[in-house]
Design a protein around this ligand. Structure first.
Ligand SMILES: [Zn+2]
Length: 97
């Protein structure tokens, strides 16, 4: 039982510390939810956003502002679609080996 608790703690701890800058950024975005993101801000988040989409995570809840921006901004949408294609190609390469 103790081993199990240790394992849980380790996992929990591990989960708590992925890229601190990233979670700070996400928090900042959550706090300014009524404001719209600039293209620069979307660019900074877009690869994270694409990864979430690929993992099947709920981006409309996790990154609503990015999703909203992508709907309105053809430039960023183009960037995002190119990124998704790149990730797809990469995933296929990995599956092959
Ligand atoms: Zn944009």
């Amino acid at each position: 039982m103790k081993n199990f608790i240790d394992l849980f703690k380790r996992r929990h701890k591990k989960k708590q510390t992925p890229a601190p800058a990233m979670s700070a950024m996400l928090r900042a975005i959550a706090m300014t939810e009524e404001q719209e993101l600039s293209c620069d801000e979307v660019h900074a988040l877009i690869d994270q956003f694409a990864e979430m989409v690929q993992r099947g995570e709920d981006v409309s809840r996790l990154m609503p502002m990015v999703q909203k921006h992508l709907k309105m901004c053809p430039d960023c949408r183009e960037e995002y679609e190119a990124l998704l294609q790149m990730m797809d190609a990469h995933a296929q390469n990995e599956a092959r080996y």
